[in-house]
Ligand binder design. Structure first.
Ligand code: DC
Length: 236
């Protein structure tokens, strides 16, 4: 079975997709980490992310693997563990032009489909329900207000996680900068020509602004009898 979860940065997609996968015995596929890995490899090799042809070559040569690690997973790109490196502000800046490159998307979508063909998957990203798996069994578009998303990101950067109740004090100035970046990235992701961020017509929209983490996960699981049965089986 394929579960597609799309939405903007900071909507809680990653935590929710990972937890749905854990509860329902599915494999979690973080497609954002794939675009981030290509952006990281470009920066490492001195390739300008705005140079479409050079970036496409980097994407074609990239071997991206996900290795389970305790509750999470590590991201390995061309044999190097890049789990932390792909979350830096430098990579965040480089990933927009990389992911707007149609040739890069073609390579990544083929890899994502291959991962889906191999088994039961919860994939999260921007174009999963619209392009990668248009026939997914369950499609969710997870959104939240820009302010709620900026707060989550700010807490995350300081090592906290609002999803798990691990709250840390954040600096208002830093939160403002994150909000500005996020609004800019949303606009870029939603207006780019190649697979812009938009909900699939048949996606179920969930607004997580005022919902707790467990409530969002429960809402996703309850969308499909098969998911609910899998979660039930996982508990017993
Ligand atoms: O979800 P994220 O923040 O890790 O995504 C990183 C970037 O990759 C973001 O700018 C959007 C882009 N992306 C995309 O274009 N398509 C996807 N399926 C996943 C991510």
């Amino acid at each position: 079975m394929i579960v597609a979860i799309d939405g903007p940065s900071g909507s809680g997609k990653s935590s929710v997709a990972r937890e749905v996968a854990r509860r329902c015995g599915l494999t979690y596929l973080d497609t954002g980490a794939m675009y981030r890995s290509v952006a990281y490899l470009c920066l490492e090799r001195g390739v300008d992310p705005a140079d479409d042809e050079a970036t496409e070559r980097v994407a074609r040569e990239a071997r991206i693997e996900f290795v389970p690690d305790g509750e999470g997973q590590r991201v390995i790109a061309n044999g190097e563990d890049v789990t932390a490196q792909i979350r830096t502000p430098e990579v965040e800046r480089a990933v927009s032009p990389v992911s707007a490159n149609p040739a890069v998307r073609e390579v990544m979508v083929a890899l994502q489909r291959a991962a889906g063909a191999a088994g039961d998957v919860v994939a999260e990203g921007r174009d999963i329900g619209t392009v990668v798996f248009p026939a997914a069994d369950v499609k969710v578009f997870l959104c939240a207000s820009p302010e709620a998303r900026a707060r989550r990101r700010a807490v995350q950067r300081l090592g906290g996680n609002l999803a798990t109740g691990d709250v840390v004090e954040v600096d208002a100035e830093a939160e403002r900068t994150i909000l500005d970046d996020l609004v800019r990235r949303d606009a870029y992701d939603s207006t780019r020509e190649a697979s812009p961020l938009r909900p699939a017509d048949d996606a179920c929209r969930i607004d997580s602004s005022d919902l707790g983490f467990e409530e969002v996960v429960d809402a996703v699981v309850s969308l499909s009898p098969e998911l609910a049965a899998r979660a039930q089986k996982g508990r017993s």
